[in-house]
Design a protein around this ligand. Structure first.
Ligand SMILES: [Zn+2]
Ligand SMILES: [Zn+2]
Ligand SMILES: [Zn+2]
Length: 155
């Protein structure tokens, strides 16, 4: 049960379990891979809990970020977005590939950073505790569309 897990996470971090906090966590969890903004969380949360205010959502996400229950992500489009991250500390968090043409964000799990982290330790004695990967480029659809546009120019 997701709600039980969230209650546990909140208690573990010394946070009181409140409806607002659970609601924010459940809203984010209910939209995996979507990277919601505070405003989007608010719109979705309101459907279940009409009396909730945007200021409450702002305050709640801030507290949850400070305690690493959720992570703040930015895709350089001017919005701050949120996702469950460190709340599931056991699994490797995912990374993001952002299309600079259409803004689509693809999440991927694996990376080859273990080799790099090991090399950093071997050569400099540096122990890596966390990493963040953000790749920028073009998605499959945009490459296809760009290809077609180029073809049209030639015709
Ligand atoms: Zn993500
Ligand atoms: Zn694209
Ligand atoms: Zn990684």
């Amino acid at each position: 049960m997701e709600q039980e897990r969230f209650k546990e996470v909140l208690r573990e971090r010394g946070l009181k379990v409140t409806n607002q906090r659970l609601l924010v966590l459940e809203t984010i969890a209910g939209h995996p891979g979507e990277h919601l903004t505070a405003e989007e969380i608010y719109e979705l949360a309101k459907e279940q809990y009409p009396e909730i205010g945007l200021a409450t959502i702002y305050r709640t996400v801030q507290v949850l970020v400070e305690l690493n229950v959720i992570d703040k992500v930015s895709f350089d489009d001017g919005f701050v977005r949120y996702e469950l991250g460190s709340a599931k500390a056991d699994s490797h968090h995912h990374h993001h590939a952002i299309c600079q043409e259409c803004g689509r964000v693809l999440a991927f799990e694996g990376d080859l950073l273990e080799t790099l982290e090991q090399a950093l330790y071997d050569t400099m004695g540096f122990v890596v505790t966390d990493h963040e990967v953000k790749l920028t480029g073009y998605c499959k659809d945009c490459i296809k569309r760009k290809g077609q546009e180029n073809m049209e120019e030639f015709n």
